[in-house]
Design a protein around this ligand. Structure first.
Ligand code: FAD
Length: 598
């Protein structure tokens, strides 16, 4: 067997072992794979045992950030039994009452619409647990014709190429930094970036991943159907491929994992001349002078790497930066981008029209005239590229949800699905289509895996959407977990919150060149009502993603300020600044940059 298959087999064994030792084993292990029509081999899905509430474990604080009333499960009864903490479904959960559907009647036990982060995870896990599974995945081209392969947003037009372009831009800075350490460029020349070479490498890597995803599905016997799928009722799906070939399949259970796509503003020229994050990572020409419209993390990340790659970059912001994130941190990011990376910001402005002055051609950006309104005044400016990052629409409006009776929130177009179950009991939803949930790849994957285990292995473990760590990959990265400062103040009251914070000199990168050191900043937001439990951790600095991932575990386990103080730092690192945050916001003490090793 292939290495991947061996890994899956090992994962299966470990998983089954955990189920067995947990006492909820119902899988006929001699027939891990069953097929539709032989439902006698199929273990009946087990839904939560009544009175599970007593076993429910709250992780990292309940919704109020408090751990009062927490109970530790006396026995581990789930597929995630090896985890020290986990969430379980309450007996009131809708999935508790999900009917066991007769597998004889359907082509598939489980059909997933959408082969992105969540859909692929759920489909593979369901198949490994014995279900007969199919995945429909189809990419509708962007207005300028960009398309991509299997894997969804993250791998093709999201996290992966974004991180690679971020890395490309950091490498450019590292070349400058290297000069301080004695490195010299051959011939004494200046550095020069080749956009086409970078895009080629990134696209080659993505194509290799597209291929690996297909192989991974095949290895666990998931049928991959490259067609656009729509529900025709609650158990039937009709799909059409790029050549117009149609197929109709039936399924006992259906998962909606169709993700989202970038929005365009409704202004003349937006779709004709603008692009989005769906286009930038495979753009066949250097974008040139670029206007990024919007202040979402996608806009700031794109602006950051474009500026780092040497393009004249402007961000047009209607109101605030990074809505939903800590606003003190958001403003620090804006300042860092402006001061250290020469990104220009036009605040209080929205574009009203885009006109073409010169068309884009193979290998060369065009010229565009952008008319905008800033505080009631018209401004006109010329750019080579306009990139819209003004939010994303969930892909729910053209997939026949209404035919199956699945309800969406009319305001957001998203699906409200507690425990990932929609109002139609055999139809589930995960990932970016979910209402009020973080739009992040690991969230979609974890929720998908856990859902599959509940549906096909009797697990009761649900995904915990609280305390999700994340990072914005602007040139100076921003990592966070827990509450934004303003949210904590509102939730607990000003008198009950203490903020410990400090600026720091980054040691992991550029201590000599002094890159961004004036912007590096760490803060812990603590709830005084709960013995200074840390309810928010925020860091702005190089490798903030790595720092945040590590501390996220402590946060989820309910770390208090004194736990951070008692922790021994690793010297010299940036993360060690969190073990010595002494200045409180309430003291009003000015934050000066500390000397190293102080
Ligand atoms: P998707 O991954 O979007 O997959 C949905 C799939 O379904 C797509 O392939 C779509 O074409 C297909 N589809 C839609 N409708 C149909 C249909 N009717 N029939 C068949 N197929 C259909 N997250 C992070 O965690 N970290 C990051 O750093 C990060 N960076 C990002 C950067 C950018 C620029 C963007 C845009 C997103 C980023 N994200 C990041 C978010 C992350 O990519 C998404 O949260 C994640 O991909 C959502 O997964 P999903 O399974 O819900 O949907």
């Amino acid at each position: 067997p292939s290495k991947a298959l061996r890994q899956f087999i090992q994962a299966d064994r470990a998983f089954l072992q955990r189920i067995r030792s947990s006492g909820v084993s119902t899988i006929n292990q001699s027939s891990l794979r069953y097929v539709s029509g032989t439902s006698s081999k199929m273990p009946p899905p087990i839904f939560p045992i009544p009175d599970e509430r007593a076993n429910t474990v709250a992780v990292g604080g309940d919704k109020n950030g408090s751990h009062e009333g927490e109970k530790t499960s006396p026995q581990k009864t789930s597929s995630d039994a090896s985890a020290s903490v986990h969430h379980q479904m309450s007996p009131q959960s809708p999935a508790n009452t999900s009917p066991v559907v007769d597998g004889d009647k359907f082509d598939y036990d489980f059909v997933v619409i959408g082969g992105g982060s969540g859909g692929l995870a759920a489909s593979k896990e369901a198949s490994r647990l014995g279900a007969k599974v199919a995945v429909f995945d189809y990419v509708q081209p962007t207005p300028i014709g960009t398309k991509w392969g299997l894997g969804g947003t993250c791998v093709n037009v999201g996290c992966i190429p974004k991180k690679m372009m971020h890395q490309a831009s950091l490498l450019g800075e590292a070349i400058e930094d290297a000069k301080s350490y004695g490195w010299e460029l051959a011939g004494g020349g200046d550095k020069k970036h080749n956009w086409g070479a970078m895009v080629q490498s990134i696209q080659d890597f993505i194509h290799s991943l597209n291929w690996k995803y297909k192989v991974a599905l095949r290895d666990v016997n998931v049928s991959y159907i490259n067609s656009y799928a729509k529900l025709i009722d609650k158990n039937h799906i009709h799909a059409v491929n790029a050549k117009g070939k149609e197929v109709t399949v039936s399924a006992a259970k259906i998962l909606i994992a169709t993700g989202g796509r970038p929005k365009y503003p409704e202004i003349p020229g937006a779709k004709e001349y603008g692009i989005t994050s769906d286009d930038i990572f495979s753009l066949q020409y250097p974008p040139g002078k670029t206007l990024c419209v919007g202040a979402s993390y996608v806009s700031l990340e794109c602006a950051g790497f474009l500026a780092g790659l040497g393009f004249d970059t402007t961000v047009m912001v209607r109101s605030i930066l990074l809505r939903g994130f800590d606003q003190d941190m958001a403003e620090r990011i804006g300042r860092a981008m402006e001061e250290s990376h020469h990104v220009k910001f036009i605040r209080g402005a929205v574009p009203s029209k885009i006109e073409e002055i010169e068309p884009r051609q193979d290998g060369k950006a065009g010229r565009l005239r952008v008319t905008s309104t800033q505080n009631g005044k018209e401004i006109v400016e010329e750019y080579n590229t306009v990139l819209f990052a003004v939010g994303r629409d969930a892909c729910t409006s053209t997939i026949g949800l209404e035919k199956a009776g699945v309800k969406v929130n009319p305001d957001s177009g998203k699906i409200n699905a507690e425990y990932e179950q929609t109002n139609v009991p055999n139809i589930y939803a995960i990932g970016d289509v979910l209402d009020g949930r973080p739009e992040l790849t690991p969230v979609a994957i974890q929720a998908g895996n856990k859902l599959a285990r509940r549906l096909f292995a009797g697990s009761k473990v649900v995904y915990d959407y609280e305390m999700v760590p994340t990072t914005v990959f602007t040139p100076v990265e921003y990592g966070c977990i827990g509450l934004a400062e303003e949210v904590a103040l509102k939730k607990y009251g000003k008198d009950n919150i203490e903020v410990y914070h400090g600026r720091y000199r980054p040691v992991t990168t550029r201590p000599i060149a002094g890159y961004g050191e004036e912007h590096c900043y760490a803060k812990l937001i603590c709830n005084k009502l709960d013995d200074e439990r840390v309810v928010g951790l925020h860091v702005l600095g190089p490798n903030a993603g790595e720092i945040t991932q590590g501390f996220a575990l402590g946060m989820r386990l309910g770390a208090k300020k004194r736990d951070f103080d008692d922790l021994t730092g690793i010297h010299p690192t940036d993360a060690e600044n969190f073990v010595s945050l002494l200045i409180t916001r309430s003291s009003g003490v000015d934050l000066s940059l500390p000397q190293c090793c102080g």
